[in-house]
Design a protein around this ligand. Structure first.
Ligand SMILES: O=P(O)(O)OC[C@H]1O[C@@H](O)[C@H](O)[C@@H](O)[C@@H]1O
Length: 281
């Protein structure tokens, strides 16, 4: 039956969204994290590690973790902030014949204020329709003083074979390369191909991206998020990652919509919105 169902996913509470034409997604309030997305007439498009921990404490390796209020180690908080390990609340569920949508919220609470002293409201909305997944992250400053944050939708895309995949659209953009001493360079390749680990923040990306694989392609568009992070740990990096099987680096590529290069300043009472859309082509 298409619509929205409450399910248990690896022991976590979750919503299963589906449409009459066969698209589906799973999201859990734990971390406000999308765990699965399959478009109409298509296979799963998100990577989720077989070794992911679903203990309600650890970050879940895969799907779309929400990084907030800190991207990576750009601050004093735990890596990628606290939103991905906090319990969010489901606030809206809606579906028609051809679409399904859910909204989850996370508000500041004693645990978040102990780490980061600001009142805020985060809202994640996911919507599926046909070959499309829309993710929207809204950040509201619900306090009386300004704050600054960095953030990302840390999307783990599933690929059949990374070495046969290419990412188009980043040509000409400046990036910071975390694997080469944070050197800042300009992308000179027409497409990124993957033959080694990669951990880059591309700045102010204004074009949609295209992930090409043999036999299929995925359009990746962002709005509001100025940056794109491209990450794959490769063989050496994944040896340090306990919750990922050794060969899995070939099956995933993170293409993240991020506000990482510069923090976003939000005045009291103001909101900011960032989106990432994935479309099968
Ligand atoms: O292992 P974590 O905390 O989920 O982070 C994974 C990766 O996330 C990426 O966004 C960062 O650019 C990488 O540096 C980091 O290693």
């Amino acid at each position: 039956m298409p619509g929205i169902e409450t399910i248990e996913f690896q022991g976590l509470p979750a919503l299963h969204l589906s449409t009459a034409d066969g698209a589906s997604a799973v999201v859990t309030p734990y971390g406000g994290q999308v765990l699965s997305w399959a478009p109409t007439r298509g296979r799963e498009r998100l990577y989720l590690s077989d070794r992911a921990r679903f203990d309600g404490k650890s970050p879940v390796r895969g799907g779309v973790p929400v990084c907030f209020p800190q991207f990576s180690t750009l601050g004093k908080l735990p890596r990628h902030g606290f939103a991905r390990t906090a319990l969010w609340e489901i606030t809206e569920q809606r579906s028609g014949g051809d679409y399904a949508l859910a909204t989850l919220q996370l508000a500041d609470n004693p645990e978040t204020r102990a780490l980061w002293p600001h009142p805020f409201l985060l809202e994640l909305t996911l919507a599926i329709e046909g070959g499309r997944l829309d993710l929207e992250l809204e950040v509201e400053n619900s306090g009386h003083a300004p704050f600054a944050f960095s953030a990302a939708l840390h999307t783990y895309l599933r690929v059949a074979e990374l070495e046969e995949s290419r990412l188009e659209g980043l040509h000409g953009f400046e990036y910071r390369d975390a694997l080469h001493g944070d050197a800042v360079r300009r992308e000179s390749g027409e497409a990124l191909i993957f033959e080694a680990g990669i951990d880059r923040v591309y700045h102010d990306v204004t074009r949609p991206l295209l992930l090409r694989e043999s036999g299929r392609a995925l359009g990746i568009n962002a709005d509001g998020f100025p940056d794109v992070v491209v990450w794959n740990p490769w063989e050496d990096g994944s040896a340090q990652i306990a919750d990922m099987a050794p060969g899995d680096f070939r099956r995933m590529l993170c293409v993240e919509a991020a506000a990482a290069h510069q923090r976003i300043e939000l005045a009291a009472g103001e909101s900011w919105v960032g989106r990432q859309t994935l479309v099968t082509l």
